[in-house]
Design a binder for this molecule. Sequence first.
Ligand code: AMP
Length: 278
Amino acid sequence: MTTLRTIPELRQWRSRVGRLALVPTMGALHAGHVSLMKIAREHADHVAVSIFVNPTQFAAHEDLSKYPRPLEADLSICREAGVDLVFNPPVEVMYPSGAMDVVIDLPSLTAVLEGQKRPGHFKGVCQVVAKLFNLLEPDVACFGQKDYQQLRVITAMGESLDWPIDIVPCPTIREVDGLALSSRNRYLSPEERQRALSISRALRQVERQVQAGHHQTNRLITTMQNTLLEQHLAIDYVAAVDPVSFRNVSEVTSRTLLAIAARVGTTRLIDNTLVEPP
Ligand code: AMP
């Protein structure tokens, strides 16, 4: 496995390999990331993982400085998963002239949900992903459905800018008790982790309600809110939206995204599910 930190080395490496699949990450890797690496391998002979905690997607009050950076463990996980290249640039390599010099935005998709609660977040995400796409020129890039809005924004960005890169959606990997894997789970105390289970429990409850014929999203949203509030989570949003436009929907008549963002103590977690009428 090759590990590179500079752009000239990266370009040289890229010129020597053919079809490439990229898995962009912020490190603190877990089984969710590994599943993306496995899916990436199905799409290309070479797999690259970027590990970069991108400062431009964090707001001033967010967890940039405390975000976990266990690089040695991450490199072992990548090696084990058969990754060919890890690109792990320092901030000065990615942003030599300072952050946010170029802004890509897709306002209709980023004004809601995560974008509304984390102003500027998707500008940072689009900026770093655009740079990674230009630097690595992947044929395929894998993104998790756990961050559903991010996946949709990047897919739309690629289509709008005519990037010849297939964006592959990858299913959310969960612990056996339902908690979606996240690098931020390591902030949770055992008691908080127990309370955090209410997020996936809320999603499973409303999946069953939809299957049982309850399609009014008001009712589904109330069910989810109650389940989260029982465990004293602080709700950022609970939403039922069209998974392409992110417009609110009042009734589940076609595929609908049910999305949750909530804080357990100081840890902010997100999760979602796609439901369809039976
Ligand atoms: P992150 O390192 O959190 O920025 O995530 C890097 C990539 O891994 C993103 O495409 C995420 O959507 C994806 N990812 C994070 N958690 C999971 C999970 N539990 N299952 C599947 N993919 C995930």
